[in-house]
Design a binder for this molecule. Structure first.
Ligand SMILES: [Zn+2]
Ligand SMILES: [Zn+2]
Ligand SMILES: [Zn+2]
Length: 126
C-alpha cells in the first residue's frame, strides 16, 4: 500500500460549535490526495466520501493503488480515547496513526507490522 504522510499543519481543528464529533475525517483540512479544501465539500459525510474515493484511486480506469494516510493526532481528534484494534491501546495526542481508505485507523507502527504480513485492513480483511 502507498503511504501518504500528512503534514500536521494541514490538519484542521474541528470546531467545537459544530457538535459533530462522529466524523473522524474532521482531522483533515484538505484532501491529502487531490488537495481539495474539504470544508468546501459540505457535510462531514461528503468529506469522508470524497477522501475515501480519492484514496481508492478516484474511480479511474487503472487498478487503484491502495493508499493510506499517516499523521499525528491533534489534541482535538475524535480518535483520542478510542482503541487501536491491533494492540488494543488507546490513541493519545501525538500518536502517529494510519488511516485506511475504509476509514479504519490504527497506530502507524501497528499497521506497518500488520501489513508486513501481507494483509489489508485488519478489520475489513476478515
Ligand atoms: Zn480528493
Ligand atoms: Zn496499536
Ligand atoms: Zn477497515
Amino acid at each position: 500500500m502507498e503511504r501518504i504522510v500528512i503534514d500536521q499543519r494541514r490538519l484542521s481543528i474541528p470546531s467545537p460549535t459544530t457538535g459533530d464529533t462522529s466524523s473522524q475525517i474532521s482531522d483533515l483540512a484538505e484532501c491529502p490526495v487531490c488537495n481539495t479544501n474539504l470544508s468546501e465539500l459540505g457535510t462531514p459525510h461528503m468529506q469522508e466520501a470524497h477522501v475515501k474515493s480519492c484514496l481508492e484511486g478516484g474511480g479511474g480506469a487503472a487498478p487503484p493503488t491502495a493508499k493510506y494516510l499517516v499523521y499525528k493526532l491533534p489534541a482535538e481528534s475524535a480518535l483520542i480515547g478510542t482503541e487501536c484494534v491491533i494492540c488494543l491501546e488507546e490513541f493519545v495526542k501525538d500518536s502517529t496513526v494510519a488511516r485506511l481508505s475504509c476509514l479504519c485507523s490504527f497506530h502507524n507502527a501497528c499497521l506497518s507490522s500488520w501489513l508486513q504480513r501481507g494483509r489489508s485492513c485488519p478489520v475489513h480483511a476478515r
